[in-house]
Design a protein around this ligand. Sequence first.
Ligand SMILES: [Zn+2]
Length: 297
Amino acid sequence: MSRDISQYIKILSDWDVSNKSLVELPFDKNSVNKVVCPYCSRHEFSDIKEGLTELCPVCTYAVRKLALDIKVSKFKELWLIHCMKPKVNYIFWVLRDYVNREGDVEKILRDSIIDENGFLAQSYTDKQLQFYRLKIFEYFLRCYNSKGAYLAIKGSGLSGFTWINLLNLRLLGSIMFGTCFIVSVPDLWRYANSQSLLFHFVMAAIFSLLTFGYFSLEIYKTTGEVMVHRAREITLRGLLYALLLSAPVSLFIGQPYMNNSQEANSLKLTWFVAFASLLIGIFIQVIWEEKNVTEAL
Ligand SMILES: [Zn+2]
């Protein structure tokens, strides 16, 4: 991906296709008189089908141009599907200066699915539209875009089971795993209980920074952008879940876990268990699952 793609992107952005049924890339022909992509040497551009993930950045940009600027119907659907594939994250990263991936998905959602005059809304049944809404919902959850996710299923008639995914249940589940892990190590409780307040503040700062860093990285991987507000929002939600879980757990098993001479400090223990559960939970999730913690169940 080291070659400069900007010159090809420039040619493509000036490209206008007059005959929409005969799509030819605006590049030179090869020795057998076929138009080829100068980046990947693909020809027969109109044969691009759903499920094709090996598009090069230049071909990807061409599909976008056909879908959104030239408005060739079949490419619009293709572009939507392509935008939502996790496998092509790196292509969108290469194209980050030219393509707003999330913005495109939201545009197609608004103009073609929600809008009753939109292309997809007109040619598809409600059930098919629900399928696309659900896919977009899942994609936005993966991008930590809760507003977009809400928009995708608003008025869709999708069941309550879909809606509860807005609460990031996978995140809650991860934190529960984290709490279970900590509950299984009584020594950790005695150690935390005997530490100073300063220790607990430093530990909380380090653990929440690591959590925030992980979320920031996941968001960057999917969107190609640094989005501090989204990472902050999901970190705070995680902390809220963790505190709600750790408070009763610490109250019930804090004292029984102590030595005879030790008195449990519920506040310290709640604090410690919450931050540690969040970090350990996310760590377990990363190891066991391909999906990130905000994705639908
Ligand atoms: Zn290409």
